[in-house]
Design a protein around this ligand. Structure first.
Ligand code: ARE
Ligand code: CA
Length: 523
């Protein structure tokens, strides 16, 4: 009896301290640890990018825009958000058809880059109108007819489940309304039904069988955790052509939890990860200089955020960079100096599974604080097909694609993260205000100056003696540093001078970019 009791207590204790669920493990190739969201990219461009850049520079995987057939909207002309209005689960969009999807998955997996699909399964199109989708299927939002799946009115929540009056969500403090009513009038699937669960799981399994390694689940907050579990429980393990047998897909759920609504992200973390939206908002404050960086000393759970193993973290996403989805206030590529600093910090810090945003440009047009052009779709040709990203000689992109993931300050920190993975924060230093530094074990060291005076200091780096290439101002190529060299002495100290007016007031060094040793971008 006593042993039984003790075991029971142990199980309880263990249960309350173990984080990460069945679908919370990233399915990266060894040594890789960062997602890049190639928002609205064409399949053929993604495949080329995997081979020529993401593989060689150490990215783990690409989050792709929803690949299934969606509604066509021509007024305004082809906004990005139509990709979030499914018409069927046929793989057929402006980014490409099923053949190009298969080709992309194969080519990316071959160079150790995984594909994560943005899965829009809470709803179909908006309720008004009817038409033909990007894959040729008919849809009717009024009569709830989606023959391409097929779904009919029986497969959608109705007034028997949704009690908001007009069928739409108004009150985010009523969990029932948030889950059973329509998000911005998008017709809401009745996921309590086995038929609906089977169709959704069938769509995801089709992609798993092709070689996809994980999913971002759109609008997860608008689905009951139990229904999601039931769908995930139907998923296949990953294709053994690329993955060890029995590997579960990686799943992260879009749950916007700023801490002041009835639904909490913790309802979802026992089985898969969630997106952490507080993260980018708090870091925007720090890297705009409004909250002294010294407070980052205990960055992570102590700031009221979920456990590190339960989250995907990012500085901005496709919604909040344009004021959608709880947006406003985050840093984006438009504010490049602070944006780079925040991203560098994110990639240097052990908290969370990191995602880098890769955007396209659009002509912002603010009126009364709102960007009237935030609907702009991706760069396109006159026939509305998506434009390819042409390349300049310095790796950066053209044709309207921003390609933050190819900014040296960002991709070199993706490699930094790979190289230091598994170490903790040591040798913390701050100037009592807005300049900070820390090492990751004895593998890497970073100094960030958000202050309005220079950093001029001898700091303990924790690294072994030698000359290291600063990977922010340059790179380690052919045994040489193209940027600043940092000399670490026998006692681990090095001198850092960082001007507060520099475009990049950051220095980062690691053992994968130490002169005389082999260059490393993964571990
Ligand atoms: C578009 C039009 C609407 C129209 C609708 C149907 O803009 O006016 O009614 O079509 O015809 C994206 C766009 C939407 C767009 C939709 C469908 O952002 O504008 O609607 O595509 O085309 C909530 C959700 C969260 C959601 C955000 C946007 O909780 O899940 O709103 N984010 C995801 C995606 C979006 C996508 C969808 C979901 C829909 O990332 O890109 O929408 O698939 C508080 C709450 C949040 C709430 C937020 C709303 O912060 O805590 O939960 O987020 O307010 O601002
Ligand atoms: Ca719902």
């Amino acid at each position: 009896m006593r042993t039984f009791f003790l075991t029971f207590v142990c199980v309880l204790v263990l249960h309350s301290t173990v984080y990460g669920g069945q679908w919370s493990n990233p399915t990266c190739a060894p040594g890789r640890h960062t997602i890049v969201h190639l928002f609205e990219w064409k399949r053929s461009d993604i495949a080329d990018e995997c081979e020529t850049f993401l593989g060689p520079y150490g990215y783990c995987e690409v989050q792709i825009s929803p690949p299934n057939e969606n509604r066509i909207v021509t007024s305004p002309n082809r906004p990005w958000w139509v990709r979030y209005q499914p018409v069927s689960y046929k793989i057929s969009t402006r980014s490409g058809d099923e053949n190009s999807f298969r080709n992309m998955v194969e080519r990316c997996n071959k160079v150790n880059v995984r594909i994560y699909v943005d899965a829009v399964v809470n709803h179909m199109t908006g309720s008004g109108g009817s038409g033909t989708g990007t894959g040729g299927s008919h849809w009717d939002g009024g009569s709830l007819s989606y023959p391409g799946v097929p779904f009919s009115s029986w497969d959608f929540n109705s007034f028997s489940e949704c009690h908001s009056g007009d069928g739409n969500i108004h009150n985010y403090n009523d969990p029932n309304e948030v889950r059973n009513c329509r998000l911005v009038s998008l017709v809401d699937l009745r996921m309590s039904k086995d038929y609906v669960r089977d169709k959704v799981a069938g769509y995801l399994n089709h992609m798993i069988d092709i070689g996809v390694a994980g999913f971002r689940v759109d609008a997860a907050k608008h689905m009951w955790p139990g229904d999601l579990r039931a769908v995930f429980g139907r998923l296949h393990t990953l294709n053994t052509k690329y993955f060890p047998s029995g590997t579960q897909p990686f799943i992260f759920q879009e749950v916007i939890d700023m801490g002041h609504e009835a639904i909490s992200a913790s309802e979802y973390t026992s089985f898969a990860r969630v997106t952490n939206f507080i993260y980018g908002i708090k870091l925007a404050d720090v890297f705009r200089g409004n909250n002294p960086a010294k407070y980052l000393r205990n960055w992570g759970e102590a700031w009221g955020m979920p456990n590190t193993n339960d989250v995907v973290v990012f500085i901005d996403n496709h919604d909040n960079q344009r004021g959608h989805g709880g947006g406003g206030g985050v840093l984006t590529h438009f504010e490049h100096r602070a944006y780079k600093m925040a991203t560098e910090f994110m990639l240097a810090h052990p908290y969370g599974f990191t995602r880098v945003m890769s955007s396209y440009d659009w002509p912002r047009n603010f009126q009364n604080g709102e960007d009237k052009n935030n609907w702009y779709g991706p760069p396109h040709n006159s026939d509305m097909s998506i434009k390819g990203r042409s390349l300049r000689s310095d790796k950066s992109c053209d044709n309207g694609w921003t390609c933050e993931h190819k900014w040296r300050q960002i991709y070199n920190m993706v490699a930094f993260r790979n190289v230091v993975m598994g170490t903790t924060i040591n040798n913390w230093w701050d100037n009592g205000n807005k300049a900070i530094a820390f090492s990751r074990g004895n593998k890497g060291f970073i100094v960030i100056n958000v202050d309005n005076s220079d950093v001029n200091a001898n700091l303990q780096t924790g690294l072994s003696q030698g000359t290291y290439c600063d990977v922010i101002s340059g790179e380690y190529v052919n045994g040489k540093c193209t940027g600043t060299e940092i000399h670490v002495g026998g006692d681990g100290h090095a001198h850092f001078h960082i001007s507060h007016t520099s475009e990049d007031p950051v220095v980062a060094i690691h053992i994968g970019a130490k002169k005389g040793s082999a260059r490393k971008v993964t571990t």
